[in-house]
Design a protein around this ligand. Structure first.
Ligand code: PEP
Ligand code: MG
Length: 594
């Protein structure tokens, strides 16, 4: 089976690449003949070696099961001028969305050597770079919303630690840029890359791209490196970002990077592509980026039809998102329940509709620390979240270490596997410091795996006056003591994750979401006893993030739910759509076997 086509464009690297990638989708073997030369259509070096020029005629021949389809697709690709509509380049999505704009390609400016400021002692020059980096970070933080500014707080500390390392290297005779690069190569967070970029700018070895400030048309940024500061400083004209994947398979998602968190907060689609994809995109050409699919797609120089269909998908998505957001914000007064968010890090934003933080897992916020964070650091962290919650309550749990969440600074006594309050009482200084820090910041303090009223009274004695103290009921033993625990506490929270694991005899690491009726019956028991003591009840285990589970919990009389941020909108929508009777029915069904 053969077809002859005339080339509207020479088979140089980009069209050849598209043709090869399309040919690779078929099992048929396709050969291309130009004059006396022949090439396999799936081999880019052979296709390039054809040397085919604009206007040349080529013959496509295919054998195999899908030969006809392969020839039809390849012919269409050639006849449509290799527009790329048929063969989008693929990458990994970090932030979902659809962007249409002109490409602006910004490269990593090569770091200069240290000759620029000859005459100035290197230590002085390095110290100057740090001073400028600190100042530029302070300016950036001051220009951002509290939520975005909080993301950059760790960078202040990173610069302090880097300064000591870099100045020591420079004092030993290392060039400044080399010392900065060496000190920042093992970047476990993109804030270290951010600090590196900022230092190179402070040194004059790198400068922000001045074209960014002058953009007037919708622009898709194509960048080798996307730092959080770059995203934070992007003008509104930038409607999407293509960044270089760390690996050429394009697998890097950077999904939880600070740059992605910032981009997500701004609704800015972001995806990572292999370097050869970025290299193909030409400055100023129109680009369609769609990261709502997996893999993410980019079409450089798309046809008008493709742009129109992307615009339609974008408009539809905006309508759907607006409807979802409105549904998530609808008040739940008809059920008398509030929904809060569970947070595990300082950088997680509070999702729209969250009525405060129902569980701040401090053991995860400070995971990876060899030593206990100081009172000042914990106070600053808690205060940042209290500020972000803007008047809504923040319930910060004392370190729930041990088990599958060990903390190096809270070891269990030898031979024991203590967790929760039992473990904390073995480390009285850590406990007292944390209770003070959280209470001073205005957070409510929550006791993990409470064992009895005595635990609550002991913590209350350590807390600043007026601090609200809550107790987490997470074991069948604590359920049986709910009455006395509730009377000692200001509120009660049920940890259904641990409670389910205990009831089902499962290790937490291996546990799955369970709607075991026994757990719902224990919830009902806690609600009865706590309400009899005049205390409100929250559920913050994963079952609260399950829309059906949430309805059942509300039917059992739970006053507040606290769920993972990504679950919040779904739970609120499910509750907004349910009546009290629906919830009561769901509760009865949840407590029944089978
Ligand atoms: C729980 O046990 O339900 C709970 C919320 O605490 P964690 O999952 O952190 O143990
Ligand atoms: Mg628990």
């Amino acid at each position: 089976m053969t077809v002859r086509v005339r080339l509207p464009e020479a088979l140089h690297a980009r069209p050849a690449n598209r043709l090869v990638r399309l040919a690779q989708r078929f099992t048929a073997t396709v050969t291309i003949t130009r004059g006396a030369k022949q090439a396999k259509a799936s081999k880019i070096l052979e296709v390039l070696a054809l040397g085919a020029a604009t206007g040349d005629e080529i013959e496509l021949a295919a054998t195999g099961d899908d030969a006809e389809a392969a020839l039809a697709a390849l012919t269409e690709l050639v006849e449509r001028g290799f527009l790329g509509d048929l063969v989008p380049e693929t990458g990994a999505a970090a932030v979902e969305g659809i962007a249409i704009g002109r490409a602006l390609c910004v490269g990593e400016a090569a770091a200069d050597d240290d000759a620029a400021a000859a005459g100035e002692p290197p230590e002085v020059r390095a110290a100057g770079a740090f001073a400028r980096a600190r100042a530029s970070l302070a300016v950036l933080i001051a220009s951002l919303s509290p939520r975005e500014a909080a993301l950059f707080e760790p960078e202040v500390q990173i610069l302090i630690d880097l300064e000591a390392v870099v100045l020591a290297r420079v004092a030993e005779g290392e060039a400044i840029t080399a010392a900065i690069l060496a000190a920042t190569t093992a970047a476990q967070t993109d804030l270290i890359q951010d600090a590196r970029s900022r230092l190179l700018e402070g040194l004059g070895a790198k400068a922000p791209d001045p074209r960014l400030a002058l953009l007037t048309v919708d622009t898709v940024l194509v960048a080798e490196e996307v730092t959080p500061s770059l995203v934070a400083a992007l003008p509104a004209a930038v409607v999407g970002v293509l960044a270089m994947a760390a690996d050429d398979a394009g697998q890097t998602t950077g999904f939880t990077s600070h740059a992605a968190i910032l981009a997500r907060g701004r609704g800015l689609p972001l995806a990572f592509f292999p370097s050869y994809v970025l290299a193909q995109i030409e400055e100023g050409e129109l680009v369609v980026l769609d990261t709502t699919t997996s893999p993410a797609n980019v079409w450089p120089s798309p046809s008008e039809a493709l742009v129109d269909s992307a615009k339609q998908r974008r408009a539809l998505r905006a309508t759907e998102l607006a409807a979802e957001a409105a549904a998530a914000l609808a008040p739940l007064t008809h059920l008398g329940v509030v929904v809060r968010a569970n947070l595990s890090s300082l950088s997680e934003p509070l999702p729209p509709g969250a009525e405060g933080v129902g569980l701040l897992r401090t053991e995860l916020v400070f995971a990876g620390r060899a030593t206990a964070p100081s009172e000042a650091e914990q106070h600053a962290a808690a205060l940042a979240i209290v500020t972000r919650a803007a008047g809504q309550p923040v319930i910060a749990r004392l370190y729930d270490a041990g088990g599958d969440k060990p903390l190096p600074f809270l070891p269990s006594p030898p031979g024991q596997d203590a967790r929760g309050m039992e473990l904390l009482f073995g480390h009285p200084t850590v406990l007292a410091t944390q209770v003070r820090a959280l209470g001073r910041a205005g957070a409510r303090v929550l006791l993990p795996l409470v064992r009895g009223a005595g635990d609550v009274e002991a913590v209350r004695a350590l807390a600043p006056a007026g601090t609200e103290v809550g107790a987490m009921i997470e074991t069948p033993e604590a359920v049986a003591l709910t009455g006395e625990i509730a009377r000692a506490a200001d509120f009660v929270c049920i940890g259904t994750n641990d409670l389910s694991a205990a009831i089902l005899g499962q290790a937490r690491e291996k546990s799955a979401l369970s709607r075991d009726p026994r757990v719902f019956r224990l919830v009902a028991e806690v609600v009865r006893a706590a309400h009899a003591a005049g205390r409100r009840v929250t559920v913050c285990g994963e079952i609260a993030g399950d829309p059906a589970g949430a309805q059942a919990l509300v039917g059992l009389g739970v006053d507040a739910l606290s769920v993972a941020p990504t679950r919040l909108a779904g739970v609120r929508r499910a509750l907004a759509a349910a009546t009290k009777d629906d919830c009561a029915r769901a509760a009865r069904a949840a407590m029944q076997e089978g």
